[in-house]
Design a protein. Structure first.
Length: 224
């Protein structure tokens, strides 16, 4: 379990259980995320990694337990958390009918900062192309360019951010994540990619999954 007591805690999860479609995904989950640190959420497909992230950003509400942001509990603290949050999910939040430059400006970037961020992710020369004509990897880089904008939010939640990236893209993203942590930011991410970040801890949801065989045995005992 991640323990970094010398850094202030920003996010705490206590005895958390999450359900999806009436099925318990995991339970008894505890961890703390501190400033300047990252936590990598691991687990097999279907373990509940995306559900956990969606719970933390407030788009999934079928959970039990306690979530605190800077010491204040959900749901009251959720609006405060969102003020410090940059979330990139599987879809990336990229509008295909817009260009990469227009997408970043839509997120509030200036033209100059958007062009700089696109150059950082290797998309210089593509800023005027419509995103629906770009490859999956290029659209992923459009989404990740938000991480390179000046004054990006302090708390990043990233769902499989390395998907569809080539080797150069992986290195570039890792370097930006390391810089974000060095500046006092915090990152919570899911990834099957081995990471070489400092101040990185991991939580494996497989350790908190409900044993379906025991559930079946208990149910058979109750109703027999």
């Amino acid at each position: 379990m991640p323990v970094t007591p010398k850094f202030p805690v920003v996010l705490q999860v206590r005895d958390l259980a999450c359900d999806r479609d009436g099925r318990r995904l995991f339970e008894g989950l505890d961890f703390s995320l501190c400033t300047g640190t990252a936590i990598q959420i691991k687990g097999s497909n279907g373990a509940g990694k995306t559900t956990l992230l969606r719970t933390l950003i407030g788009t999934a509400s079928d959970f039990r337990g306690e979530i605190l942001w800077c010491g204040s509990p959900f749901p009251g603290a959720l609006s405060v958390l969102r003020e410090s949050l940059l979330y990139i999910g599987h879809q990336g939040g990229v509008r295909g009918s817009l260009t990469p430059l227009e997408n970043l400006i839509w997120y509030g970037a200036t033209r100059e900062s958007a062009l700089w961020a696109l150059d950082c992710v290797g998309l210089s020369g593509f800023e005027g192309s419509l995103c629906h004509g770009l490859s999956a990897g290029e659209n992923r880089r459009v989404a990740l360019a938000r991480l390179f904008l000046p004054q990006a939010p302090h708390f990043w939640i990233l769902d499989e951010p390395f998907t569809a990236l080539d080797a150069v893209g992986v290195v570039t993203l890792e370097q930006q994540m390391a810089a974000h942590l060095h500046s006092g930011g915090s990152i919570l991410l899911t990834s099957h990619q081995p990471l070489s970040l400092g101040r990185l801890a991991s939580v494996d949801l497989s350790d908190f999954m409900v044993d379906e065989s025991l559930v079946a045995v208990e149910a058979e005992h109750v109703f027999s």
